[in-house]
Design a protein around this ligand. Structure first.
Ligand code: UT7
Length: 324
């Protein structure tokens, strides 16, 4: 059975950078009180990229996909599988993946979306790995992309300061050498209430609440517990020790969660990739954006063992172990 090897990556962030101070000043005009000091102390976030109104997730995804294809030296027509992880699709249907396929000028292969919120990228990566291992795809484009600003309630300071927009992508190819060597996905639907955007479109109207709602403290605790268990399980199943991990690329929601997790797993902090300070939480885009950042700045090198982890609404979580 072939391995799925990551042969390229790319990222895209919308050009508009909004600092905590700028956001606090903007929110103050709506009588919403926050500060750079609160946001940095509680989350580690210093800024986020916010797309212009009307920007579609597929636009960000296509930019990231082009960067990943260039990096991999792969032409769009060589792609026989496109999976987009997103909770902010352009439309009810078609899938954002189909729009990306058309935008890239790729044709013929399968294209579909995966919905696992902030775990979406690791879910999509694991799905693409299974297709490649089974011989059902040879070259896959896996993208996490979000315009999360479109589902934020800007009067709710407990959520609106936490998120940003962006997209990250990887190209996977069948290979005789590893490769993705382990993956573990989990969900607990009974925890739906801790993080959800429970609106829908029906009969020509938005039905229910269109905005993201979160019980931050509940999510914090679930994230630390599930991600540390998941890391241990995926390492055990793959026959590697936690100490073998060269780079940990966790979901970028809160630097306090990342630090807790790193300490619980006994990982050297210098081996943990952190971008939440610059990007805030970009949901499904956060892991591939962090991964691409660390590849492009030369931290992640061929041969390195990388652990990627996602966690978020559903409740969902998952880990993927990759030999570069
Ligand atoms: O991608 C999905 C995963 N999401 C996450 O991982 C998020 C996980 N949760 C968290 O990161 C944290 O729980 C938060 C950053 C959301 C909140 O941090 P916290 O330390 O749990 O704060 P808190 O919710 O306990 O709120 C503390 C205080 C409250 O005031 P009182 O009741 O103590 O007077 C809040 O009203 O901070 C207040 N507060 C704010 N103050 C200024 C909440 N949001 C803000 C704000 N600015 N933006």
């Amino acid at each position: 059975m072939p391995y799925a090897k990551i042969i390229g990556s790319g990222g895209y962030l919308p050009p508009r950078v909004v600092s905590n101070d700028a956001l606090a000043a903007d929110l103050a005009t709506r009588q919403v009180e926050t500060s750079d000091e609160w946001i940095v102390t509680r989350t580690g976030i210093r800024q986020r990229h916010i797309a212009e109104p009307g920007t579609r997730t597929s636009e960000l995804a296509i930019h990231a996909a082009r960067a990943a294809l260039d990096d991999a030296g792969v032409a769009p027509d060589d792609i026989d599988l496109i999976i987009v992880a997103t909770s902010t699709p352009d439309y009810v249907f078609p899938s954002t993946a189909c729009l990306v396929q058309a935008g890239l000028g790729a044709s013929g292969g399968a294209a579909f979306d995966v919905q696992a919120v902030c775990s979406g990228f690791v879910y999509a990566l694991t799905t693409a790995d299974a297709y490649i291992q089974a011989g059902r795809a040879t070259t896959a484009l896996v993208i996490g992309a979000e315009v999360f600003s479109s589902i934020l309630d800007w009067s709710d300071r407990s959520t609106c300061v936490l998120f940003g927009d962006g997209a990250g992508a990887v190209v996977l190819q069948a290979s005789n050498t590893p490769g993705i060597i382990g993956a573990r996905l989990n969900a607990d639907g009974s925890q739906m209430k801790v993080l959800h955007a429970a609106g829908n479109v029906a009969h020509g109207q938005v039905v229910g609440d269109p905005f993201l709602r979160m019980d931050g403290q509940a999510v914090f605790k679930l994230a630390v517990t599930h991600l540390s268990n998941s890391a241990q399980q995926v390492c055990q199943e793959s026959g590697v020790a936690l100490s073998d991990i060269d780079w940990m690329v966790p979901h970028q929601a809160n630097v306090r969660i990342i630090n807790f997790l790193g300490r619980k797993l006994g990982l050297d902090p210098s081996r943990v990739v952190v971008t939440v300070d610059q990007h805030a939480n970009t949901s499904a885009a956060s892991v591939p954006l962090a991964f691409d950042t660390a590849r492009r700045d030369g931290r992640i090198q061929p041969g390195d063992l990388v652990l990627m982890q996602g966690v978020g609404g559903g409740f969902t979580w998952g880990s993927v172990l990759v030999r570069m």
